[in-house]
Design a protein around this ligand. Structure first.
Ligand SMILES: Cc1cc2nc3c(=O)[nH]c(=O)nc-3n(C[C@H](O)[C@H](O)[C@H](O)COP(=O)(O)OP(=O)(O)OC[C@H]3O[C@@H](n4cnc5c(N)ncnc54)[C@H](O)[C@@H]3O)c2cc1C
Length: 477
């Protein structure tokens, strides 16, 4: 097969000059120009890049922006044309620091994304839930995160990468990757033909498609978390006034859980997560299943009295999993390509941005001193694994009934609620103050299994509540 060199924009080193970023660095641009003059010839494959990135989601665009701002030659391949639909709409406050570092806040505010001030959880047997606000978290640094339509948010992030000097190619799918001691070669499918590009290092940020994880056979699923999700967007879902109207609501049923995420003044994302088998056994279509299961939940049905579905019904399968290795000599995995843990705590975009940032920092050092890879790549793997472990433990606890029983009966002893709130907001630091409180929290969840230290819950909607909902819906129809 003939492989043509991938065309590059003229003077693409200085692409950032045309961008609007306020923090364009002349020093970085000059360093980048000199560095490019030292690069080895690449055997007829055209210029060699410092870093090639597969995927333009939050992990890929974060890494691209930071590396480009450090003066590195970065090329991003995204198989879709942005904006494209994506699930994962509720962000965590601990991503805000990375947004500050990338100078994104002004653009995010201009785009008008809804500020999110916290969350609320319910058991599906009662309308009495427990709200938490990010401002009350242990050592809270910001009172809000955002609720975002991912099509717009991901485009904003990827455009920002390009404005900061990364070469971004959309509608360009990476179809093959080969490694040598010195570099990595990618084969890109674009407009029906294959093209080649060579880079010194590769970041796989291809999301749940997991290009390298699949190629290398290192993607391992968590058998006990084989879930599936069915979701859609709705208009006119009723919500509270003020900041309570911005909260993500989670409703825990006995064998499934639901999210309600306000996206704009009019639009709301609603979905359910359950075992693959339970859905398969229902023999219902995704549309019918979603409609039926939402109607059975009084808390949701009440909010949806006047709602109408404005998107198709989506189904996401294949979670949760982790790659057994997050790096090789010439590659790093970031975001969902590294691992994906159940979406219950909205940790996905946070972990994507976090790992994108961490791998950009590691690569930036390694590009100057390649021998540092021996220390920095394993450290990257440990850091990202540790972050995923924190959420995995949280998720495992969530799927016990006792988690929600303890969560819905908070007692402000030992500062437990602020510590749990901090982890829910993405505080995965090494603070001992949070860690020992989390141990106590998990101990209480374990204790609840054996002794009812707080009231037991059925997590089954009360029949009369559901019947009331049907009656009031019929009346208002
Ligand atoms: C049901 C559900 C609900 C969720 N809810 C939340 C939530 O509320 N909050 C939250 O933070 N997270 C949530 N998530 C998780 C979130 O969607 C992901 O964690 C997040 O999108 C990961 O970002 P990423 O950049 O790693 O991957 P992605 O955002 O998936 O980006 C990867 C990109 O790579 C591209 N790509 C793939 N293969 C190739 C290829 N061969 N060549 C070129 N490009 C390629 C894809 O087109 C895609 O654009 C949810 C996930 C699910 C399944």
């Amino acid at each position: 097969m003939k492989i043509d060199p991938l065309p590059r924009p003229q003077d693409s080193h200085f692409y950032e000059i045309t961008g609007s970023s306020s923090s364009f660095s002349w020093v970085a641009a000059v360093k980048s120009w000199f560095r490019s003059k030292e690069l080895p010839a690449s055997g007829g494959f055209g210029d060699i890049y410092d870093v090639a990135i597969i995927g333009g989601g939050p992990a890929g665009s974060t890494a691209a922006t930071l590396l480009a701002r450090a003066g590195r030659r970065v090329i991003v391949f995204e198989r879709e044309n942005f904006p494209r639909f994506h699930i994962g709409e509720s962000l965590l406050p601990f991503s805000m620091k990375a947004f500050t570092r990338m100078d994104l806040h002004e653009k995010i505010l201009r785009a008008g994304f809804m500020k999110k001030f916290g969350g609320e959880m319910f058991g599906s047997c009662s309308e009495i839930g427990n709200k938490f606000y990010f401002k009350d978290a242990y050592r809270s640094q910001t009172e809000h995160a955002y609720q975002v339509t991912r099509a717009d948010f991901d485009k904003l992030l990827l455009d920002h990468s390009a404005e900061n000097g990364a070469e971004v190619h959309e509608h360009a799918m990476v179809e093959a990757v080969t490694f040598s001691n010195e570099h990595v070669d990618l084969s890109i499918k674009r407009n029906g033909s294959s093209q080649a590009v060579r880079a010194r290092y590769l970041i796989d940020a291809s999301g749940r498609n997991s290009v390298l994880g699949t190629k290398l056979g290192i993607k391992k699923t968590y058998d006990h978390l084989q879930k599936l999700s069915i979701f859609a967007h709705y208009d006119d879902v009723s919500r509270a006034e003020g900041i309570d109207g911005t909260l993500t609501a989670l409703i825990r049923g006995i064998d499934r859980w639901f999210w309600i995420i306000p996206l704009t003044a009019k639009r709301t994302s609603i979905g359910v997560v359950l075992d693959n088998d339970t859905f398969r056994k229902s023999k219902l279509s995704a549309e019918d299943f979603l409609e039926q299961t939402l109607a059975e939940q009084p808390i949701i049905a009440k909010r949806m009295t006047n709602a109408r579905r404005v998107s198709k019904v989506y189904v996401a399968t294949d979670f949760s999993y982790r790659s057994t290795k997050l790096h090789g000599d010439r590659w790093l995995l970031a975001g969902d390509a590294a691992g994906f843990i159940d979406p219950i705590f909205s940790s996905g975009v946070f972990l994507a941005v976090f790992s994108g940032e961490q791998c950009a920092d590691a690569l930036n050092e390694v590009l100057d001193r390649p021998r540092k890879a021996r220390r920095l790549f394993p450290r990257y793997e440990r850091t990202v694994n540790r972050a995923m472990d924190i959420y995995l433990r949280f998720v495992n606890a969530w799927y016990t009934k006792e988690f929600i029983e303890i969560f819905l009966a908070p007692r402000d002893v030992f500062g437990l609620p602020p510590a749990v709130n901090a982890v829910l907001g993405g505080n995965i630091g090494n603070s001992f103050a949070i860690r020992w409180r989390m141990w106590v929290f998990y101990f209480l969840v374990w204790l609840q299994k054996h002794y009812a230290i707080v009231p037991r819950l059925t997590l089954v909607p009360k029949k009369e509540d559901a019947a009331d909902m049907v009656t009031s819906e019929t009346a208002s129809a």
